[in-house]
Design a protein around this ligand. Structure first.
Ligand code: PEP
Ligand code: MN
Length: 298
């Protein structure tokens, strides 16, 4: 860099100034997040917003059945992947465009807004025609071309943390979206990889990061106890923990019934039943009036 270039480089207050709490006078001295709205659903207001649905859109019947069930259980947004980031290229990769059509139908039937993952910058526009919120998955957290593209889409973005990303790296990824003029970003903690990998934890759910995000950033944060634990039996209690530390919402994978678990292609082990989801929703609603949660949320 020569002297002229150095002189014309604007002075930054930090590597992620647009999403940093310290940048905004009105947010300083509070733990209040900036409210992000997705088709009328608020993230960062008093009540935690519960997103639920299948891991993947596997068929029309499966998706519509689960969508109706999560709506009945009290979820306010539908999740479901049409384009799936699978570790092996031989695993089910999602239904693609057919999956998007099914999600659009599920939204019409239930009235729930839809969040779905985008893997490729070239798909942002196409997926954005159906999705109310674009999900950037853990594996894509540092796909900078994708981050810029979703930033330009103007749609709200659910940005999952990579399992090996520090908080700074995660907030810098959010900054890539913000520099494109899009501050409608919802962070999502989904578990990190640690030495502890057992029959109760596919990942280690990092609940510490919720209050740490509060201190450093104005962005709302939701927690994914499904990928964060990897086991259906672990989801209800960790969901309660996430709400207790002040999360602005939860994103939870659901299967229609235990009988269906065997035929589920993607993340069958961690999907909870609609009745379990209903209990989590009820519990989350009751937390919102408890003084301890108010302290956590500020
Ligand atoms: C998902 O939510 O469908 C998913 C693939 O999660 P993650 O990116 O956190 O692994
Ligand atoms: Mn999944």
């Amino acid at each position: 860099m020569n002297d002229d270039t150095a002189a014309s480089t604007p002075k930054r207050s930090g590597p992620y100034e647009l999403v940093a709490r310290s940048t905004y006078g009105e947010y300083q001295g509070t733990k209040r997040p900036r409210v992000v709205r997705v088709a009328g659903v608020a993230f960062g207001e008093r009540l935690p917003a519960i997103i639920a649905g299948p891991c993947a859109v596997e068929s029309r019947a499966q998706t519509l059945e689960i969508a109706r069930a999560v709506k009945k259980a009290g979820a306010v947004m539908l999740r479901g992947g049409a384009f799936k980031p699978r570790t092996s290229p031989y695993d089910f990769q999602g239904l693609g465009d057919e999956g998007l059509e099914i999600l659009a139908e599920a939204r019409t039937v239930t009235g729930l807004p839809v969040v779905t993952e985008v893997l490729d910058p070239r798909d942002v526009e196409r997926i954005g025609r159906v999705a109310d919120c674009l999900q950037v998955g853990s594996r894509s957290m540092q796909n900078f071309a994708l981050l810029r593209e979703v930033g330009q889409s103007g749609l709200p973005v659910l940005l999952k943390r990579h399992w090996a990303a520090s908080l700074t790296e995660w907030l810098c990824a959010a900054e890539y979206i913000a520099v494109e003029g899009n501050l409608d970003i919802i962070l999502c903690e989904r578990g990190i990889r640690t030495f502890s990998h057992d029959d109760y934890n596919r990942n280690t759910l990092d609940l510490n990061v919720v209050p740490a995000v509060r201190e450093r950033s104005i962005l709302p944060i939701v927690v994914d106890p499904s990928h964060g634990t990897g086991f259906a039996s672990m989801v209800p209690d960790t969901a309660r923990g996430a709400v207790g530390v002040g999360a602005d919402g939860l994103i939870i994978e659901v299967i229609a019934s235990d009988r269906r678990r065997r035929s589920t292609l993607c993340d069958a082990r961690q999907g909870i039943l609609p009745s379990e989801l209903a209990a989590i929703v009820e519990d989350a609603r009751s937390w919102s009036s408890r003084p301890r949660r108010e302290l956590a949320r500020g």
